[in-house]
Design a binder for this molecule. Sequence first.
Ligand SMILES: C=CC1=C(C)c2cc3[nH]c(cc4nc(cc5[nH]c(cc1n2)c(C)c5CCC(=O)O)C(CCC(=O)O)=C4C)c(C)c3C=C
Ligand SMILES: [Fe+2]
Ligand SMILES: [Fe+2]
Length: 361
Amino acid sequence: MLGKPTYLGDPSHQHGAADRLGVLLVNLGTPDGSDPSSVRRFLADFLGDPRVIEAPRWLWWLALHGVILRIRPSKSAHAYQQIWTPQGSPLLTHSTALTQRVAEALASQWNAAVALGMTYGSPSIPKAVEELRRQGVRQLVVLPLYPQYSGSTTASVFERVTKELQRWRWVPELRFIGDYHDDPGYIDAIAASIERHWRTNERRHLLFSFHGVPQRYAAAGDPYQYHCTQTARLIAQRLSLGEKDWTLSYQSQVGREEWLRPYTDETLLEFGRSGPKRVTVVCPGFATDCLETLEEIALRNREAFLGAGGEGYDYIPALNADESHVAVITNLVNRHAQGWQPASRGSAPAEQPTLRSGAQV
Ligand SMILES: C=CC1=C(C)c2cc3[nH]c(cc4nc(cc5[nH]c(cc1n2)c(C)c5CCC(=O)O)C(CCC(=O)O)=C4C)c(C)c3C=C
Ligand SMILES: [Fe+2]
Ligand SMILES: [Fe+2]
């Protein structure tokens, strides 16, 4: 008479059995294809998120649907086409490979269920969370793949994951990793990738380029700029660089308002004109390579820099599914899962009765 249950549950759950750890890795997301209509669908979700664009809703809705989504998709699709591979979007293929390898690495310690969700596009957060629920996850570590916290990225993950968890009958224990901008493992991994590059390539002025955010977000209390500055300083320190050996800048500005400065493209044009004429560029804020690193940094800015008088330009890839990255992630997960029992130590002790959810007592 009362109909279907309101909340999601598992009637066949064996109560008393060992708790299962779930790990949810989340990245930004990417369009399903590099054609303008796929890009439009992706941008509508992404740019419709109030965490990304903080503006009066109705005014922004008019601008987004009336102007931006009519112009930007074809321009962005053109950019995506430059980096698209036979396997699809680099952001998705690298994130999938990373998730797979993290699952393998965690398997020796935990009977963990590991899933990948994208804040925008697919595989979606609702799909990933449902996959974890179906695997009987009782304890959940959520790791947004953003080393530096920003309300425009990390907080969107929090909102979309917790929205799904609110539909669960038996909500899991939850640990949310807000940032890892100064995690020694992460700093070491990025520094080691730069050292490795410099072993076979010329040692040059190092440009740290991070994705930008509007300046008013930082002014309103977003820690992102501070996190980026700290990350760059720690890596430079770890490489024993002097103050003149490196520069920090912000890329990927959208729209007309002021974003964090200095801008990467302006910095590189200035370098091209008056030096340093040879640079190594690294983007520690991007866990995986994507449109913003492969098209904007490795292609577009390289051409602009060389066109302005620059003489040498190297881009160091993101950590992607590299072994060192897998170690960074598994380390973060293990640290945040402390106190939870690795399930591989055995299932429920024999003297503790188990009970199926649906069983009559
Ligand atoms: C307009 C507002 C935007 C804010 C604020 C923003 C913050 C932000 N973004 C990333 C990481 C990525 N952004 C990517 C693409 C991308 N970003 C924006 C806009 C904002 N980002 C747009 C419109 C796009 C789409 C492409 C385009 O049309 O230019 C990507 C790459 C996605 C891919 O498919 O490869 C990443 C990754 C961070 C870390 C961040 C704030 C700190
Ligand atoms: Fe972005
Ligand atoms: Fe961009």
